[in-house]
Design a binder for this molecule. Structure first.
Ligand SMILES: Cc1ncc(COP(=O)(O)O)c(C=O)c1O
Length: 390
């Protein structure tokens, strides 16, 4: 796969590029879209072939073998992550935002408290608050430059009425790949506090060399009856537009309750999502994913060097994902001035750090899932925008 090959996503129904003007005031012609979490690469040939097969069939009616994606997921998890799952534990949802939202509404009541480790993917708090539940922010601390969870501090922040924790593994933003020890401590924390754990592992395949994703379920011993794991092919294979995710619930009682909610809301899988998800989770997909991760890691190194060369700016060391996290706090500028330089001067659309909660006050999230040439262009633009600091 040639990840350098440009793909013009402008006017091609790409939200990241086409909504940039409306949201950031930057036209797609002059700007660089580095916000929404999808990638700018063309689809893998194995995905294109599956779409061609579908075209040949000329059949888009109700479809059989709807649990095909659960079986493909089980195959992928066993082969890539050494995680044994029973396909019968799985639900196919309309993406993971949907899967997590159903979990929140099924296992908590309005007014209940749900904890998140901030800064984190902003849709977590959006889903919690719009469901009439309350967010409890458990701030991540920075130790040796990277995010860590501090369970002693978190214990003091709980009042005993919290019901659930949403955990992002690997972490969005900054791509922290949590260790076995850290996830074990998280599971113990949940057990001690009687919390349901939702482990969102959507970025699990995007792990850089020297790191390993640990599926929470493989070490969750004491809390498997309170565990929901969400996974998807969407980030790895850039098929988020198919709106398809997998929600794994091993506990029979919880599983039955979630199933009831799925029926009540009439959540059923989509033909395109199932077909493309199955096409992705194959041997060819594994080769593609390995090449992708190598390319992303190369992007990260160039982007990190570029950001770190700006006085007062630093990119948090990444262990995976394509969602980098730059802190401009050392420039002494307030967020509005940082934003002005990034958006108005550099004409780059990032995700604004404060949206992601405590700890994001002077940060920007830059999506580096793009061609190397765009990374170089972004570095040039950002260095120019802050050149008076040199
Ligand atoms: C951690 C995390 N969970 C869930 C999602 C959303 O997934 P979906 O597009 O399947 O709703 C994202 C998208 O960026 C994400 O980063």
């Amino acid at each position: 796969m040639n990840f350098d090959r440009p793909l013009d996503r402008r006017s091609a129904h790409s939200a990241k590029w086409d909504a940039m003007e409306k949201l950031y005031g930057i036209s797609a012609e002059e700007g660089l879209a580095m916000w929404l979490a999808d990638m700018d690469f063309p689809a893998g040939e194995f995905l294109q072939n599956r779409v061609r097969d579908m075209l040949k069939r000329e059949n888009y009616g109700y479809f059989s073998e709807r649990d095909k994606f659960s079986h493909a997921t089980a195959w992928w998890m066993k082969n890539r992550h050494d995680w044994q799952i029973d396909p019968a534990w799985c639900f196919t949802t309309h993406g993971l935002g949907n899967g997590i939202a159903i979990g929140i509404q099924t296992f908590t009541e309005p007014g209940d408290k749900i904890a998140i480790f901030t800064p984190v993917y902003h849709e977590f708090s959006n889903k919690i608050e719009n469901a009439g539940r309350a967010v409890v922010e458990l701030p991540l601390t920075i130790v040796d430059g990277i995010y860590r969870m501090d369970f002693d501090a978190y214990q003091a922040l709980l009042d005993g009425t919290e019901k659930m924790v949403l955990f992002c593994s690997p972490h969005n933003p900054a791509g922290r790949v949590w260790s076995k020890q850290e996830i074990t401590e998280l599971c113990e924390f949940c057990e001690r506090n009687d919390l349901i754990l939702v482990s969102d592992e959507i970025h699990q395949d995007l792990v850089y060399s020297g790191h390993k994703h640990i599926p929470t379920h493989t070490i969750a011993r004491g809390i498997t009856d309170k565990l929901i794991v969400t996974t998807s092919a969407s980030k790895t294979f850039n098929i988020a537009g198919t709106r398809t995710g997998c929600v794994t619930i091993p506990d029979p009682k919880m599983h039955a309750k979630y199933q009831q909610a799925m029926i009540a809301l009439n959540i059923d899988s989509s033909l395109f999502g199932v077909e493309l998800g199955c096409a992705a989770y194959c041997a060819q997909g594994a080769v593609w994913a390995d090449q992708l991760v190598e390319y992303l890691e190369g992007n990260y190194r160039i982007f990190a060097d570029g950001i770190n060369a700006i006085p007062g700016a630093s990119l948090m060391p990444m262990q995976g994902t394509y969602l980098s996290w730059a802190d401009f706090g050392g420039t002494g500028m307030g967020f509005e001035e940082i934003k002005r330089r990034v958006v108005k001067v550099a004409k780059i659309a990032p995700t604004f750090g404060p949206l992601l909660g405590k700890g994001g006050e002077t940060c920007m999230r830059f999506n580096i899932g793009t061609q190397r040439a765009t990374i170089h262009a972004a570095v040039d633009r950002l260095q120019n925008a802050f050149s008076d600091l040199q």
